[in-house]
Ligand binder design. Structure first.
Ligand code: 0K2
Ligand code: SF4
Length: 327
């Protein structure tokens, strides 16, 4: 397992060991989504409208706003003839249709790994013909990715399964013709339990080998699992509306950290939280920039004598090219 040791220069302050989880922070889908907005601004000039936060991170959003992006929740807030970008989480089919109807120039920053789940859903639905399967989607109610994925198909084609209890009690019309899909940013362990229940109750259910959780979600959870048992506290850098960041906080506590806190950035850190902490774990959600992690480490080094060790459980080399009009 590759690791890295860095010593801070502070000498007379209290010692603090920092375990940095790797991988952490930006994934390939987030990196691509941000590049879509930046490239659109470069090519077409400001303003460029973005439907929903491009990724769930205020720092990213505010930085793009400074460059001329305008964030809205719905297309009816976008003026005629404007350029509009759809966020990394994906959109229901009605959104591009509405953009076309209004002749808006749109760019789709949906992560290719979310689009892959959209195509899976369409394949199972098979145009509603005789090969059609009813789809159970494992995910969180109201999350934009879930709204986008369920919105690939007509109402009633997909049933949302929010937890193990719903997997145990769902009563599909035809148990022999079922399929399941999942949100990409779920807890790997919770989802495995839900999938096992569904496979047990409905042996003919079709689906991916395990689930649709993406490589980045899987690797970040694995990395925080490895450091959590050694930590007195784990800080997860990420926004409260970021599903994958919330899951990292839960995974840290379930894997042996006595406490884990989700904080958007340095100014949200209450220093009392570090009282009695000798080993501090740090990770970051897939939408949190590494600058936010480094800001925290910098502030820690002013107060403590730091011994920083990075524990990298997996190297990532995934990159996605920009969508056709920008590529
Ligand atoms: O984790 P979330 O789906 O809430 O989204 P973000 O925090 O924006 O992270 C990027 C993932 C987007 C799609 O999977
Ligand atoms: Fe894509 Fe996974 Fe990143 Fe979501 S978390 S944007 S699915 S790579």
């Amino acid at each position: 397992m590759p690791s890295q040791n860095l010593e801070s220069s502070a000498t007379d302050s209290r010692a603090l060991k920092v375990l940095l989880a790797g991988p952490r922070g930006f994934c390939a889908g987030v990196d691509r989504a941000i590049r879509v907005v930046e490239e659109a601004l470069r090519r077409y000039g400001a303003p460029v409208y973005v439907r929903h936060e491009i990724v769930h991170n205020r720092t990213v959003v505010e930085d793009l706003e400074k460059q001329g992006a305008i964030f809205v929740e719905e297309l009816d807030e976008v003026p005629q003839d404007a350029h509009v970008v759809f966020s990394a989480h994906g959109v229901p089919k009605t959104v591009p249709l509405e953009a076309e109807r209004r002749n808006l120039l749109y760019l789709d920053a949906t992560c290719p790994l979310v689009s892959k789940v959209h195509r899976e859903a369409e394949r199972h639905f098979a145009n509603g013909g005789e090969n059609s399967r009813h789809i159970l989607m494992i995910g969180h109610a109201g999350h934009p990715e879930v709204v986008g994925t369920m919105g690939q198909l007509p109402a009633g084609a997909v049933t949302l399964i929010k937890d193990a209890d719903e997997a145990r009690t769902v009563q599909p019309e035809n148990p022999a013709r079922l399929a399941f899909i999942t949100q990409t940013t779920l807890s790997v362990d919770d989802t495995a339990e839900i999938v096992a229940i569904l496979r047990d109750r409905f042996p003919q259910i079709e689906g991916p080998k395990r689930e649709d959780i993406c490589y980045a979600t899987t690797n970040r959870q694995e990395a925080v699992k490895r450091i959590a048992p050694e930590c007195d506290l784990v800080l997860v850098i990420g926004s409260p509306n970021s599903s994958n960041s919330q899951r990292l906080r839960e995974v840290a506590e379930r894997s042996g950290a006595p406490k884990a806190l989700l904080i958007p950035k340095l100014e949200n850190l209450e220093w009392d939280a570090l009282d009695g902490v000798n080993v501090l774990g740090i990770t970051a959600g897939a939408s949190a920039p590494e600058t936010l992690v480094q800001e925290i480490i910098e502030a820690l080094s002013d107060r403590f004598s730091l011994n920083i060790e990075e524990r990298i459980v997996k190297e990532e080399h995934v990159t996605f090219s920009l969508p056709a009009p920008l590529g």
